[in-house]
Design a protein around this ligand. Structure first.
Ligand SMILES: NC(=O)C1=CN([C@@H]2O[C@H](COP(=O)(O)OP(=O)(O)OC[C@H]3O[C@@H](n4cnc5c(N)ncnc54)[C@H](OP(=O)(O)O)[C@@H]3O)[C@@H](O)[C@H]2O)C=CC1
Ligand SMILES: O=C(O)[C@@H]1CCC=N1
Length: 265
């Protein structure tokens, strides 16, 4: 029997696996993964040393905890495939956006234990942020197990299920928005004459340091913004341009759009 099984061995499964193995939450021999795509299976096997198979039911039949890690459009077919093999004492952790606890229970046609989560790609460097919620069938011990798995690749917080689509917007998708911002900062620097590779280092470290400063001081972002902005100085001039171009409302709209789309998946 394996302790953990992944259905889908793509980008997110691999990001999670890296942290889980590094934190020794489980050993590679305790993990199995399934994927129809041979190169995905092979890379999971070669990189992480886990057992791999083409057969999703083999994962479900032989794992204590199963992580559903496929795209939303494949989710229904996967559940159709595994629902007979699924046991009521088994914990399912889903990372699929938009698929609610109720929807999963209905498609499984049984009272399965489900923890619904939304991680993000910084899990690849152990700096993930995961939002999670669960159905009533999940007990305290299982919540602790899920937290241990999810904190293997970053931070985790349980939230009410009605916030899960917002989690998708604010942390699931926002690494992409942040990369857009870093790229734009670097493009600005390149426009001003800085070599591109150096510009990425300056931009990315400024974003990393700013996030760290906020988290470590616990100060309000507005206060930290004011600390940078001297009267008549360079920063307030830049802020004026960003505000004129709707920077904050664009970001707010992007978060809400992500949440809106998640509901349609
Ligand atoms: N990427 C991100 O930033 C985040 C993604 N998510 C969610 O996580 C899930 C996985 O995303 P991600 O890892 O990026 O996607 P990937 O496409 O990289 O991985 C999904 C894997 O599942 C495989 N797959 C397809 N059909 C099946 C099936 N029937 N049975 C088993 N495996 C199957 C795919 O194979 P094939 O390539 O052949 O289709 C692929 O290898 C998605 O629901 C995504 O929305 C959540 C948080 C963040
Ligand atoms: O866009 C997506 O489908 C996923 C969900 C969160 C991040 N990426």
């Amino acid at each position: 029997m394996y302790k953990l099984g992944f259905i889908g061995c793509g980008n997110m499964a691999k990001a999670m696996l890296g942290g889980i193995l590094e934190h020794k939450t489980y050993d590679a021999i305790e993990i199995i993964g399934s994927d129809p795509f041979e190169p995905s299976r092979r890379s999971a096997e070669e990189k992480f040393g886990i057992h791999v198979t083409e057969d999703n039911c083999e994962v479900v039949q032989n794992s204590e905890i199963v992580i559903l890690s496929v795209k939303p459009q494949y989710c229904e077919a996967v559940i159709r495939d595994i629902k007979k093999a699924a046991r009521e004492d088994q914990l399912f952790i889903t990372i699929i956006p938009g698929k609610t606890l109720g929807w999963l229970e209905e498609k499984m046609e049984k009272k399965v234990k489900v923890v619904r989560t939304m991680p993000n790609t910084p899990a690849m460097v152990n700096e993930g942020m995961t939002g999670a919620c669960c159905n009533e069938a999940v007990n305290e011990e299982e919540i602790e197990k899920a937290k241990k798995i999810l904190s293997g690749f970053g931070k985790v917080e349980f939230v009410p299920e009605n916030l899960m689509d917002i989690v998708t917007g604010v942390s699931g998708s926002s690494p992409a928005y942040t990369f857009l911002f870093i790229e734009a900062l670097a493009d600005g620097a390149v426009a001003g004459g800085m070599p591109r590779s150096q510009a990425y280092r300056f931009a990315a470290q400024a974003v990393l340091g700013s996030a760290k400063l906020l988290l470590e001081t616990g100060k309000h972002p507005g206060e930290l913004k004011d600390m940078v902005s001297s009267p008549g100085g360079t920063t307030i001039g830049g802020i004026r341009i960003l505000e004129k171009n709707g920077f904050r409302s664009s970001v707010m709209e992007a978060v809400l759009e992500g949440a809106r789309i998640a509901k349609t998946l």
